[in-house]
Design a protein around this ligand. Structure first.
Ligand code: ZN
Ligand code: ZN
Length: 302
């Protein structure tokens, strides 16, 4: 297991009694990332055991109310509880102004620093990377600037292939180079190839794609992603509605998953008109069988 996703909200513009606005907690190596922060996200964290203090980075897909209204409440609670650890928030232009205006008007202050990272609509960008993880922002097609996010595991080391190693007399000194993917040349000039003697471990990945028209180019970019969350606001019979509102249908979400050749599709961001979500699931599964409904409080692993 590499990524553990806990869904905190799955409703579109207006909440229902059973569905809250968008938010997801993604845990990777004991680090927590929050994807969107709809109204009431902190309550959902409490309810479903997401440790708010552990949140390291928050990603706001766009400035529609159902994706960010919970931000100030969450940040305030963290301050009231005495957080001192810095937090990183990624989002649209105006993010800093949004937070600072609210703080100024309520004469409040936070007990920890915030780093604001403003996203660009000009192509896909790596917005965070370290030895083990890479995060990308991907511009989507919505009424206002909006981004999807791709989380990709990284592994700096390769595994030694014990079978390939047999009878090769590989010097001990070579291993250090080989596990980092570098060839090793001994004193006699003999080359020990990292490609032949080692193999890379499969890297897990997760993509969060919400509030967008169907974008085949993005699906192609996400080829082989292990798990994809894609919005499915409407059934395809409301296709016209979806287009008008810059949203996608369950059928389109499934087509997206098919083009991306993902292993697992999660659909969410359901219109409040649907009490029963089964027809959305059935529609998606007719194209991409490995589809699940994103359900609040449930966790999904890659
Ligand atoms: Zn939305
Ligand atoms: Zn929206």
């Amino acid at each position: 297991m590499s990524f553990k996703l806990t869904v905190l909200g799955t409703s579109s513009a207006t909440p229902t009694l059973s569905r809250r606005p968008s938010a997801q907690a993604l845990v990777f190596k004991n680090r927590t990332f929050l994807l969107d922060c709809g109204e009431g996200t902190q309550l959902q964290c409490l309810k479903y055991g997401v440790k708010m203090f552990k949140i390291e980075r928050i990603f706001i897909s766009h400035f529609h109310a159902d994706h960010y209204l919970g931000l100030m409440g969450l940040l305030s609670t963290l301050a009231l509880k005495g957080r001192t650890q810095e937090i990183y928030i990624y989002g649209p232009e105006g993010l800093q102004e949004l937070i600072e205006t609210q703080l100024r008007l309520s004469e409040a202050y936070l007990t920890y620093p915030i780093h604001f990272i403003i996203l660009s609509m000009d192509g896909t960008h790596t917005i965070y990377e370290d030895k083990f993880l890479e995060i990308k922002s991907i511009p989507l097609a919505h009424r206002i600037s909006c981004w999807g996010f791709l989380f990709k595991q990284r592994q700096p080391y390769r595994k030694i292939d014990k079978e390939a190693l047999k009878h090769k007399n590989v010097p001990v000194a070579a291993f250090k180079a080989l596990v980092y993917g570098r060839d090793y040349i001994d004193e006699s000039g003999k080359v020990y190839s990292a490609k032949e003697l080692t193999y890379g471990l499969p890297m897990k990945s997760y993509a969060y794609i919400t509030d967008t028209l169907y974008m085949e180019s993005v699906a192609q970019q996400l080829q082989g992603t292990d798990m994809i969350y894609h919005e499915a606001t409407f059934l395809h019979e409301l296709y016209e509605n979806a287009i008008r509102n810059f949203h996608a249908t369950a059928l389109q979400a499934a087509t997206f998953a098919q083009v991306a050749a993902t292993k697992q599709l999660l659909i969410g961001h359901f219109s409040a008109r649907y009490d029963d979500l089964q027809p959305l699931l059935d529609e998606a599964r007719s194209v991409f069988p490995n589809t699940l409904l994103a359900e609040e409080g449930k966790s999904y692993e890659t």
